[in-house]
Every structure is written in C-alpha cells, then in structure tokens.
Ligand binder design. Structure first.
Ligand code: ATR
Length: 282
C-alpha cells in the first residue's frame, strides 16, 4: 500500500535552489501519489532535532543535501550499506527499528552514466577530480562496476591519499592511484572517463586539468547548469562526450522515491523537462 498525502522535504543550507521538490512532484504525478515536498533551510544545531520531530509527526521521508550529509549519517538509527560505505547519507526514511539512512548519490551517478550516457564502466580507466564529500559518496558504486583503474586527483593530494587508503582494502582487484592536480597535468595520462567532483565553478575558479588529459575521454561534471564549468571546458578540450550532473540529480532522486514508495519512477521524462527549463533560463 503506497504512502499517500504525506510530507517530504529536502534539508540543506542553502537549499532555496534545490530542484528536489520539482523532481519529486513530477515522480508523484506518474503514480497519482499526493505528496507535499518542501525545502527546509536548517542550521547545524537544529538538524538532528528537526529530523526526529519530522518523523515523529508522521513525515514520509527526507532528502539531505550539503552541508548535512555527514550529520544525516550520524543521526540515523540504522544504515543501509550505501550510507555505510559512503560515510554520508542523502536519504532518510522510517523503518521498524527507527530512522534509516541511505546514500543514493553513487548509484544515481552510475545509473545516469550507464543508461542515459550509454557508458560501460567495466575495465575502463577512470579519473575522479576532487576528494571531498562528493567524491566519497560516489567512489564505492563506481568501483563496484569493475573498472580497470581509478585515479583520484585532488588539489590537496593528502586528501586523495586518505580517500583511497580507506577504499583499497575493499577493491584489491582495481589499480587505485592518488595524485595531485598538478601531477596529473604533468603526467599527461589518458582516461576513458573523467568525473569532476570538485566544487570548481561554484567559486568562479578556472579548471586546472590539462587539455591533453581530457581529450578523447568522456567527461562528466557532478555540477549542473551554469555551475558546470568543467563540462563547458571539456567540450572545448575535445572530450569524446560530455554530460553535467542533472541526470545524476534525477537518478538519485528516483532511488530515494523508490525507497519511500517501492516504485521506480520514469526518469527520462523528468530529465527532459528539467533540461528544457534550465536551457530556457540561460
Ligand atoms: P563536496 O562535498 O562538494 O565534495 P568538499 O568536501 O568541500 O565539498 O570538497 C570540495 C572539493 O573541491 C575538494 O576536493 C577541493 O579540493 P581540496 O581538497 O584541495 O580543498 C576541491 N576544490 C575546491 N575548490 C577548488 C579549486 N579552486 N581548484 C581545485 N580544486 C578545488
């Protein structure tokens, strides 16, 4: 029996520009579900209490965005393997044993790469730029696809080293390598897929990867819309294909929706709608 007429929300700070309410209302229409989905801007101190009160009042589910994904992981009573592996959570729901946390970001990215972008990740050479929270959320599901190698290059190489040192024991069969952005430019190695997880673009900085590294690769930017400066740069640098993170946004939302309602939304239609809206707002 699907949950009907219940409240859902995305928690973040800032959260005013989140597309999650639009996406989830579109999904709800596909199934005739009647949901309320709001954006809630919270302060760190009030996060855990808000979550408790939300579910105590009968709330159906929560999405969690920056900067609360670690807190969402910490405040849950139980963790799905996806949240455990990522050390962060973006989806919360009530289960028999209390509040449970999931992380649908990595699986959402993989779904977008493999289904909409038609890329096979098995046996491929993959590069992730950045080693922050976003990289941490996607690395497990990417490695689960069985690439030949994964390089993580970060401005601060120590963070790439740390991220991989936590990962290596679980993936002995994949060649894992940490680098700095400068080292990467000097090495001029080639990759099949480059994923930008840095917050470049949000602060107006220029992309610092060498064009030779990007040429011929498929380049995927986790940012979308005007913030996707890496995607814009990759098009000019001769990438074999380019996508921004709008598809991942829709896919991770679809996985949250499935956790809450047990049904799989049609993501292609919603992606199309949002892509057209973003185009016309340029
Ligand atoms: P998120 O949760 O979005 O990943 P984060 O954890 O703060 O945010 O990580 C931001 C990432 O973007 C980091 O990899 C950061 O590099 P550092 O670890 O060296 O700080 C990267 N980043 C941010 N601004 C950058 C810039 N101007 N050039 C290169 N990398 C940048």
């Amino acid at each position: 029996m699907p949950i009907k007429s219940r409240k859902f929300a995305v928690l973040g700070n800032p959260v005013e520009h989140s597309l999650s309410p639009v996406i989830h209302q579109q999904f709800a229409r596909q199934f005739g579900h009647n949901i309320e989905y709001s954006r809630q801007r919270l302060e760190t101190e009030s996060f855990a209490q808000y979550v408790q009160d939300f579910f105590a009042a009968g709330g159906g589910g929560l999405n969690v965005t920056v900067p609360f994904k670690l807190l969402a992981h910490a405040c849950a009573d139980s963790l799905h393997a996806s949240a455990q592996q990522a050390g962060a959570a973006n989806t919360l729901a009530l289960r028999e044993n209390g509040i449970k946390a999931w992380n649908t970001d990595g699986a959402g990215l993989v779904n977008d790469l493999t289904r909409r972008c038609n890329l096979a990740l098995a046996a491929k050479k993959i590069l992730i730029l950045g080693a922050g929270g976003a990289a941490q959320g996607i690395i497990g599901p990417i490695l689960d696809c069985g690439p030949m190698s994964l390089t993580v290059a970060n401005r601060t190489q120590a963070k790439a080293d740390q991220l991989l040192s936590r990962t290596v024991p679980r993936y002995p069969e994949v060649y894992l390598h940490a680098d700095s952005l400068q080292g990467l430019a000097a090495g001029e190695r080639s990759f099949d897929l480059i994923i930008n997880s840095t917050s470049l673009g949000l602060d107006g900085s220029q992309v610092t990867v060498a064009a030779g590294v990007a040429a011929g690769a498929f380049c995927y930017d986790l940012s979308y819309g005007k913030s996707a400066v890496f995607a814009q740069w990759a098009r000019r640098a001769g990438a074999s294909g380019v996508a921004d993170g709008l598809g991942m946004l829709v896919e991770q939302a679809a996985l949250s929706y499935e956790i809450w309602f047990g049904v799989k939304p049609d993501t292609a239609k919603v992606y199309q709608l949002l892509a057209e809206q973003l185009d016309s707002s340029d």
